[in-house]
Each structure stands twice: as structure tokens, then as C-alpha cells.
Design a protein around this ligand. Structure first.
Ligand code: PMP
Length: 399
């Protein structure tokens, strides 16, 4: 026997496992539509011009000292303005506790640990389906989770009645994890009127909304519009939390730059909550990374760079939206008799195609096209060159 002989192989991550299979495929026509990372029309990763310019401005101009535990102050104040709106009353009143975090995953994990400590006995309600890592995050934080109904397979749309019922029946004061926009994996978002209804229903039950906003700007192309859900809940007087990530909207994936904020009743509470978030961060990673936060701050503090970024994020969103139309058109041209309207109805990085796990397996085995077994297509990997082959392969495995 060996010291670690009793350690079993951990199960593969359902998303990152796809990349491994893709890499092992030697056929040059292979397509990776698994991971949600933006690609241009040539299938290449993109560094935004706003980011390149921010890098030039940052280069050589700063030290490499530690950031404070809570991160870069200016980064945080720009981030919460982006989420809540420049003129948000909760910001003017000092009601918002906020810390820089390790991207969206790190924000969610910080919140989950905070929930475990300071919202004892509460459960987190997670949409069915959701980003698979949500389960891992709250499991490892030791918080009990439950699912709420979100997606209706028959309509390929929102299960509003199920959602409202689950809000009503959840124990009062539960945490509800909401995707602020561009729901992953379904691409199905509530309308503003539905958000208003959901907000009122949660207020009635005293639930605490946590908005996971990994795609601000990436859904509609407009950062304010994509934060409409949060603004609606704020206007209703909710206390809530927001997890922000700059991975997708600024293309800073590997820089791990994000922000967790919590709207409290008053300044005293916000200060106490912020101090506790730092107390959670300190033994986990001490302080967050510097470089990405500097880039984001440069962009958000400079009006010209900020406008350039708005234009570029809209460019990415628009390319994805146009690929949705094209994929649908090519499926119809390929002769598919199935309804594909959901591909253009959905929004954000993913198309929830409705294909079965077996169909997905056939796409990989016969067509060298890789995606998660729930039929989720990363639209970011679709382009004018590969969309025809994708449509034909989808038609072949669905007919
Ligand atoms: N939440 C959701 C819903 C996501 O889709 C993602 C990215 N896949 C994240 C959080 C976190 O991503 P990151 O940690 O790279 O910011």
C-alpha cells in the first residue's frame, strides 16, 4: 500500500473534460463548442483594443506590491457603479459592502462562505439547470442547496409558474441565486416585467437575491440593459448581493478579476459586512491579483477607453447574435423540419439546443464537434466558416 493509495481519481469537470476530449481528437476539422470563451470569426481568442491600450498605460507605471485584502479601491468603486448604476442611491448612502474577488467563481465562493457564517441555517436555491460549478461552490462552503424550477423543456422558455411557486414554498429568508442576464446554460432570461414579478414575490417571502452577473454587456451589448434585473430589485428595496466577473465582457479570463458586493441596510452594516468578507478572504488567498484590476480601472476611469470598451463588448454580443440567426438559417436550409426558433430567442454565450446526450455523443464521434452533454452550444465558438458544417451535423444527428 502507498500513502495515497486510497485516493480515487476525481470525476472530470463536465465542461473542462470536453476540452480534453477535443484536444485528443487529431482531425483538423474538429470544433470545440464546450467552454464559454469568446472567439472571433476566425476562431481566434480576442484581446480587446481597450485592454491593449490599458496595458500600454499601465506598463512600467506601478509597483508590484500586494493589494489590500479587499483589493484595489478604485477598481471596486468603478465596479459597483457599473453594476448598480452611476447614480444608485445605495452607493450614495454607503450601503454597499464590496471587495475585489477572484473573478465570478471567487465572488460566488466568498459569498457562499459568508452565507455559511452569517446567514446560518439558510439554504441557497439554485436554478435548474445552472452552471455546473454553482453546486461545487456551495457544497464546498458547507451550505445546503436546493433547486428551483427555471426552464421548461416543452416551451424551451422560462417556467415562470414553477419559479414563482418555488419562491413561495422556499423557507422564508432563503438565498436565491439568480443569473442577472444571459442565463447559463439555457440563454433564457426573464423579461423586465417578469423580473418585477419575481422581485415582488421574493420580497414577500423575505428571500435574499444573489445575482451572479458573469455576462454584463455580453447579452444585449448594453451594460445598463443587462443589469436591468438588478436595478429592478434595487428599486423594490431589496437587500441583495452581486457577483461580477470581467472574464467575458473584457476578455480577462485568465486574469481572475471580479467583484463581490452586498447591499446592506446602512453604512454601519456595510462596513461590518465588508470587514467580514476580508476576514474570509485573508486565510484563503490573502489578497487578490493586481494586474487585471489595474486594467479594468484604467478602462472604467477613462471616458474614451470606456466608450471603446462599450463598443467592443457590443461587437462581441452582436457577433454572437448574428451567429444565432445564421445557425438557425443554415439548419433550415439543411432541410431540418424541427423548430429552431429557440436558438434566436435565447441570449448570451450559449444556445441550449435541446439535443439529447446521445445526439451530443454522436456529434463528437461522427462529426468531431464537442459540447456539453446537456446540448449546450457555446455560440462564441461558431463563425461564418464553421456554421454550415455545424448545422449539417446537427441536422444529421437530430433526424
Ligand atoms: N457564473 C456563471 C453563470 C458563469 O457562466 C461563469 C463562467 N463560466 C462564472 C460564474 C464564472 O466565471 P469566472 O470565474 O471565469 O469569472
Amino acid at each position: 500500500t502507498t500513502l495515497f493509495g486510497n485516493v480515487e481519481q476525481a470525476p472530470k469537470d463536465p465542461i473542462l473534460g470536453i476540452t480534453e476530449k477535443f484536444l485528443a481528437d487529431t482531425n483538423p476539422i474538429k470544433m470545440n463548442l464546450g467552454v464559454g470563451a469568446y472567439r472571433d470569426d476566425n476562431g481566434q481568442p480576442v484581446v480587446l483594443d481597450a485592454v491593449r491600450e490599458a496595458e500600454r498605460r499601465v506598463a512600467g507605471s506601478h509597483f508590484m506590491e500586494y493589494l489590500p485584502i479587499g483589493g484595489l479601491r478604485d477598481f471596486i468603486s468603478e465596479s459597483v457603479k457599473l453594476a448598480y448604476g452611476d447614480n444608485a442611491a445605495v452607493l450614495a448612502e454607503g450601503q454597499v459592502a464590496a471587495v475585489q474577488s477572484l473573478s465570478g467563481t471567487g465572488s460566488c465562493r466568498l459569498f457562499a462562505d459568508f452565507q455559511k457564517r452569517f446567514m446560518p441555517g439558510t439554504k441557497v436555491f439554485i436554478p435548474e439547470p445552472t452552471w455546473s460549478n454553482h453546486f461545487n461552490i456551495w457544497r464546498d462552503a458547507g451550505v445546503e442547496f436546493a433547486k428551483y424550477r427555471y426552464y421548461k423543456a416543452e416551451t424551451r422558455g422560462l417556467d415562470m409558474d414553477g419559479f414563482l411557486e418555488d419562491i413561495k414554498h422556499a423557507p422564508a429568508g432563503s438565498v436565491f441565486l439568480l443569473h442577472a442576464c444571459a442565463h447559463n446554460p439555457t440563454g433564457v432570461d426573464p423579461t423586465p416585467e417578469q423580473w418585477r414579478q419575481l422581485s415582488r414575490a421574493m420580497l414577500e417571502r423575505g428571500h435574499f437575491p444573489l445575482f451572479d452577473m458573469a455576462y454584463q454587456g455580453f447579452a444585449s451589448g448594453d451594460c445598463d440593459r443587462d443589469a436591468a434585473s438588478i436595478r429592478i430589485f434595487l428599486a423594490d428595496g431589496h437587500r441583495l448581493a452581486v457577483s461580477q466577473s470581467y472574464a467575458k465582457n473584457m476578455g480577462l479570463y485568465g486574469q481572475r478579476v471580479g467583484c463581490l458586493s452586498v447591499v446592506c441596510d446602512n453604512k454601519r452594516d456595510a462596513s461590518a459586512v465588508e470587514s467580514q468578507l476580508k476576514a474570509i478572504a485573508r486565510p484563503m488567498y490573502s489578497n487578490p491579483p493586481l494586474h487585471g484590476a489595474l486594467l479594468v480601472t484604467k478602462i472604467l476611469q477613462d471616458n474614451d477607453l470606456k466608450q471603446l470598451w462599450f463598443k467592443e463588448v457590443k461587437g462581441m454580443a452582436d457577433r454572437i447574435i448574428s451567429m444565432r440567426s445564421l445557425l438557425r438559417k443554415r439548419l433550415e436550409e439543411a432541410g431540418s423540419p424541427l423548430p429552431w426558433g429557440h436558438i434566436t430567442d435565447q441570449i448570451g454565450m450559449f444556445a441550449y439546443s435541446g439535443m439529447s446526450p446521445e445526439m451530443v455523443d454522436a456529434l463528437a464521434a461522427q462529426h468531431h464537434i464537442y459540447m456539453t452533454r446537456n446540448g449546450r452550444i457555446s455560440m462564441a465558438g461558431v463563425n461564418t466558416k464553421n456554421v454550415g458544417r455545424l448545422a449539417e451535423a446537427m441536422h444529421a444527428v437530430t433526424s
